[in-house]
Design a binder for this molecule. Structure first.
Ligand SMILES: [Mg+2]
Length: 490
């Protein structure tokens, strides 16, 4: 079978999208997603409904069940119930209960979870020019509002939005012909002027029907093997199967948006400096610590990981960065004398304040120092992390907005959020809605980096040492450029 086990499905999707984009440059391209079992993990709804059955019938068949026990499709409900030890004389009642309630408002709104990564994949395509994401579902038409409401609720933190014009549903609720409905969906979108280039579905028999319907293979067929073993004999030969929505296979380095400011974290050794200068990332975070413990008598600055002599290294570093026209990010601490020492060093090195980025914890400096910094460093980025305000920001109350407004009044012009802060996506969205400028820092893995990119913050700090992006044959070092010279001017 062509490609099936060989090529990663997200890679295949990326390649097919690029070819379609080139071939039909003027067209509105469309990728179609099935909903249940493809975007949403239907096991949650199944478990929800079975446990609701227990509650309503004073039974306890499913009270100890976990999500991993729901490893059967709805079509195999009877066999599934048998495997869970449910007595056979209850099968019909449970099946009837399931049929009656599966599309209830509560089940649709409360029991749905997206598969990991799928919303990111959808967001990626929604961000691409002249590219759209359509939903092609066998859910009946009368569930339009609930479907959009629940999917938009789930998509919100990913900045994904679904609209009614891109949702095709089964016309007649009593029709069991799911395949006819899916084919009608493709034709509907074609009639609306879209060019479908890919379709993701978890049912092989649907993909088989689409393959027969599309002999020219314009539509890449992607089988989401996300739930349980499907019958492989029904899989069309040109379908590509996968079960992980992996952004690192989908998004090529060259496609990273150029308007985000990227900051290389931890340029604190000569080797790191060389790597940084070989890249075309604009900002270097020098991980400078200002403290007194190196020498109790006189304030000094040094690299975070550096040995005692690293003040000299820092000076060399600053000169090279200035010559290369790069931006420099440093931390200021609570020791004002040390901060002054660092600022003098930057001034001596001839660094323009518009090439400077100060990261300052709120607890280290007060209003007067922030105001002074803003006054003496015009054009510099003055950033403070606001993770400690997460509960207030998350609630969306006026208090958080007032605090942030006050900080802006002091001269802070950037708020930073740690990628590991719980609910960080919602926090970024909230700050963005309020009109503040956001940096996401602490991004370690490529997958996280790409997810952060999709949130479109103003800046992302990472160390860019992603194994997948390394080019092993360029000298002995990795080359970590993102793409093109334009980044230099971001
Ligand atoms: Mg499905």
């Amino acid at each position: 079978m062509q490609n099936v086990a060989i090529q990663n499905w997200m890679q295949a999707l990326a390649g097919h999208y690029e070819r379609s984009r080139t071939a039909f440059a003027q067209d509105d391209l469309l990728i179609l997603f099935d909903i249940d079992g493809t975007i949403l993990d239907s096991r949650y709804m199944l478990l929800y409904l079975l446990q609701a059955y227990d509650r309503n019938h004073n039974t306890g068949f499913f009270s100890a069940c976990r999500i991993t026990d729901m490893s059967f499709s709805v079509a195999e409900l009877e066999a599934g119930l048998r495997s869970l030890g449910v007595p056979a004389d209850h099968f019909a009642a449970i099946q009837a209960w399931y049929n009656r309630h599966r599309w209830s408002m509560a089940a649709v709104l409360e029991a749905h979870r997206p598969f990991p990564g799928v919303m990111d994949v959808i967001r990626w395509f929604q961000l691409q020019p002249h590219t759209h994401v359509g939903l092609n579902t066998a859910r009946p038409e009368h569930l339009r509002e609930e479907t959009l409401c629940s999917l938009n609720k789930l998509g919100r933190e990913y900045r994904v939005q679904f609209t009614s014009d891109l949702l095709f549903m089964r016309e007649a609720a009593d029709s069991d012909d799911v395949i006819a409905a899916k084919l009608a969906g493709i034709e509907h979108f074609r009639a609306c002027g879209y060019r479908p280039f890919a379709m993701v579905d978890n049912q092989p028999q649907i993909l088989e029907a689409v393959a027969a319907h599309d002999p020219g293979k314009a539509i890449l067929l992607l089988h989401a093997g996300t739930l349980f073993q499907q019958r492989p004999e029904q899989m069309p030969a040109n379908a590509v199967q996968g079960n992980v929505y992996d952004l690192t296979e989908l998004i090529p380095k060259k496609a990273i948006p150029r308007h985000i400011q990227f900051v290389w974290d931890g340029v604190s050794s000569e080797a790191a400096l060389t790597q940084f200068l070989e890249s075309n990332i604009r900002w270097a975070d020098l991980s400078v610590l200002t403290d007194r413990y190196m020498n109790d008598q006189s304030p000094d600055v040094r690299h975070a990981n550096g040995p005692a002599q690293s003040s000299a290294l820092l000076q060399t570093c600053l000169q090279q960065l200035r010559q290369a026209d790069r931006g420099i990010k440093v931390n200021l601490g609570a020791d004002l004398a040390c901060n002054r020492s660092l600022l003098r060093l930057l001034q001596t090195a001839g660094i323009d304040s518009s090439d400077l980025w100060f990261h300052v914890d709120m607890e280290d400096l007060g209003e007067a120092q922030f105001r002074q910094l803003a006054e003496t460093q015009p054009g510099a980025i003055i950033e403070t992390p606001v993770d400690f305000l997460a509960p207030l920001i998350g609630n969306g109350g006026q208090l958080a907005e007032n605090i942030l407004d006050r900080l802006c009044d002091w001269g802070v012009n950037r708020f930073a959020l740690d990628w590991s802060t719980p609910g960080v996506r919602r926090l970024v969205e909230r700050l963005d809605d309020w009109g503040f400028t956001v940096t996401i820092y602490g991004v370690r893995e490529l997958q996280d980096f790409l997810q952060a990119v999709l949130l479109m913050p103003r800046a992302i700090c990472s160390d860019f040492s992603y194994a997948k992006w390394r080019e092993p044959h360029v000298g002995k070092r990795a080359v970590h450029d993102i793409d093109g010279a334009v980044l230099r001017h971001a």
